[in-house]
Design a protein. Structure first.
Length: 366
């Protein structure tokens, strides 16, 4: 293989592909990126066998086609540190790889590119389209409540429900449920899939927030994301996701409207005292004109009042402040409503209007 390409474009491709590489792998080949020059295209690929990433084709002058697997960390660091504009990459039959850029020349050992695992083939029949900023926001506003409990593998991913013209994303960790809804760019077939948390985390880093479309293709076992020509393929989690819909009841006895940022900052201050959030919850005393927030621990106490608009009965209830803070931090609306039924029942945090997000949070005993 012999080719020339722009150093910056190669580095961008490496930064994207490297997101698929796991630090935990013991297989040397999975610590590598695969460089492929064929059919006039130069592509970088990486995989951990659960998620695979193939870069968009990098503009290059290809003098000799071929492939080579190189240590991802070592090769990326070389490309990052050299200071020329263009890179020459050349390999021989012994898998020796020669890299020239600016005044720098390197010779590093690679591995046979044909031994690199091939990414799964995903048939592009079921296609879904949405805007990159919409998907990025949906992931940001739900990913924090994906379960870490490996004993329930299905909950270590996030449910994506494709309706006729919308996408619903749901995450559950046993203490809270996050729900987010957004319109699709065009109507499509209805389907439900569960995508691993790591995949969504890496997708979120690749999405650049520009008003461009992201394409999703689904099969029974895999999902493929096409983001600006970068292909991300992930396995899907198997199993039945929990039925969450009935948890979001419309019934309530107490409901208040509050400024999102004011409530967030009040809880952040209270949580300075309530550091061991499971043993020292934050107590909310909801009355007609105000909400009192109190935290008490061995280290001291915190007390603060905040204005609210109350509908219904006064109520006293306690929460792990982290769960409320996590939800409020990702809400972009200026005001939210929070509704309650009893001191031992979950609260539901919603927008003033519409149904584009909902958060359900379990309380703690007073």
């Amino acid at each position: 293989m012999k080719l020339y390409c722009a150093r910056e474009l190669l580095l961008n491709a490496l930064n994207i592909a490297n997101k698929a590489i796991s630090n935990k792998t013991t297989l040397d080949i999975l610590k590598c990126v695969l460089l492929t020059a064929s059919d006039g295209k130069f592509i970088v690929t990486a995989t951990d066998l659960e998620i695979g990433i193939q870069s968009a084709p990098i503009p290059a002058t290809i003098e000799e086609e071929g492939s080579i697997a190189l240590s991802a960390a070592f090769f990326t660091e070389i490309i990052r540190k050299v200071n020329g504009e263009n890179v020459l990459i050349q390999t021989n039959e012994k898998y020796e790889t020669f890299i020239s850029c600016g005044f720098s020349d390197f010779k590093i050992m690679g591995q046979n590119g044909e031994e690199f695992p091939t990414l799964p083939e995903v048939e592009k029949k079921q296609k879904y389209k949405m805007l990159q900023p919409d998907l990025k926001n949906m992931i940001r506003q739900t990913i924090f409540s994906i379960s870490q409990d490996e004993s329930k593998p299905i909950l270590t991913g996030e449910l994506l429900e494709f309706k006729k013209d919308s996408l619903q994303m749901v995450s559950v960790d046993g203490f809270r449920i996050s729900f987010r809804k957004e319109k699709l760019a065009e109507a499509a077939e209805e389907k439900k899939v569960v995508i691993p948390a790591k995949t969504l985390s890496e997708i979120n880093k690749i999405l650049n927030g520009e008003d461009k479309e992201v394409l999703l293709y689904l099969t029974d076992k895999h999902v493929l994301f096409d983001i600006d020509g970068n292909i991300i393929i992930s396995r899907l989690l198997e199993g039945e996701y929990i039925r969450y819909e009935q948890s979001f009841t419309e019934d309530y006895k107490t409901k208040f409207c509050v400024n999102t940022n004011d409530f967030l900052q009040t809880l952040e201050r209270a949580s300075l005292v309530s550091r061991d959030t499971k043993k020292t919850p934050v107590k909310l005393d909801i009355s007609k004109e105000k909400l009192s927030v109190k935290a008490q621990a061995e280290i001291g106490t915190a007390y603060e009042e905040i204005e609210i608009e109350l509908e219904g009965e006064p109520l006293q209830i306690a929460f792990n402040p982290k769960f409320l803070i996590d939800a409020l931090r990702v809400v972009d609306d200026e005001k939210v409503t929070i509704q309650f039924t009893t001191p031992l029942s979950p609260c539901i945090l919603k927008p003033l209007q519409g149904e584009n997000f909902r958060y359900l949070i379990l309380p703690l005993r007073l």
